[in-house]
Design a protein. Structure first.
Length: 306
């Protein structure tokens, strides 16, 4: 038995949303025109975990609004916040909200910080297809991630030593404990998949969008280059993979949020693009990459699949 997601009919009028954000052709004090919610050019910084998703969102947004041009840079989450606070980017997409200190700093600049939860993301554990350890309890996951498992010492592989995935494991799984010595960082998410596909004893930690095929709408399975580990939640009874319904319901415990954080002194293209990701169209793109869209009304029903 699996859980199938059925979305309620929902009308999203994005043009109306951006019209409420600002009128076209806003000008600053020097008389120069700002970008608007649907036109102009901006740079954004994106947690590299979400590169496949964000490339798809930008492609659709720019096809709808021909005068809009979004230049995205993909980097570790910590660098995204540095860009935002240093004015290199007005808009970032990351796995956490503003901290209280960050909000206070932006308010001191007479700018209202804006943020919104856009989706729930599953953190997937992947192993080599010949590795027999394809199911784990959360206790076993903790023992692997903090190095306390004396019987097994798999090679744990992350995408980047400064990535949001590393921070998630330290904060949410290890509860502040350091990572063990047998941890390594690849340079990119695809390299994590490639490394695990070659090394029998490796276990990779990666965002679910990197192992999903958004073009395969008929399938809920993941890439066949590696196997995706089934995990049983602390208070769960089933071992499950990071499917959208299990992420939403908490049956898959390794999850985190995807947020936008915006520091824009006026309603410009950053506001417009952020609004688009929260709209029906933007949320449907999120769902194709196996994240659970947080801004849609969703009904869960159980269905027997023969």
């Amino acid at each position: 038995m699996i859980t199938r997601i059925i979305r309620r009919g929902q009308v999203a009028i994005f043009s109306l949303a951006v019209a409420l954000l600002a009128s076209c052709g806003q000008a600053n004090k020097s008389g120069e025109e700002h970008d608007t919610p649907t036109s102009g050019t901006i740079r954004i910084s994106v947690d590299e975990t979400y590169r496949p998703l964000m490339e798809a969102e930008i492609k659709v947004f720019e096809s709808l609004y021909k005068k809009a041009h979004i230049i995205a840079e993909y980097k570790p989450e910590a660098d995204c916040f540095k860009d935002l606070l240093a004015d290199s980017s007005r808009l970032i997409f990351v796995t956490r909200d503003f901290s209280e200190q960050e909000r206070a700093y932006i308010k001191e600049l007479k700018i209202k910080p804006q943020s919104l939860l856009l989706a729930w993301d599953g953190v997937a554990l992947i192993t080599n297809r010949s590795n027999p350890d394809s199911i784990l309890t959360m206790d076993q996951v903790r023992e692997i991630m903090d190095g306390s498992d004396s019987t097994k010492k798999p090679q744990v592989v992350f995408d980047n030593q400064n990535s949001s995935t590393v921070r998630y494991v330290r904060d949410s799984i290890n509860k502040g404990k350091p990572l063990p010595q047998n941890v390594m960082a690849a340079k990119t998410n695809p390299e994590v998949v490639d490394y695990v596909a070659k090394m029998k004893d490796a276990i990779g930690v990666i965002g679910v969008s990197w192992i999903s095929d958004p073009n395969d709408s008929a399938s809920i399975e993941f890439t066949n280059k590696v196997q995706v580990v089934k995990v049983r939640a602390d208070y769960g009874s089933e071992f499950v993979k990071p499917y959208q319904a299990y992420i939403a319901l908490g049956s898959y415990q390794l999850k985190r949020g995807l947020f936008y954080c915006l520091k824009e002194p006026y309603s410009g293209l950053g506001s417009g693009f952020a609004t688009f990701l929260g709209s029906y169209e933007g949320q449907m793109i999120i769902s194709k990459f196996r994240l659970f869209p947080a801004r849609l009304n969703v009904v869960f029903r159980e269905a027997n699949i023969r």
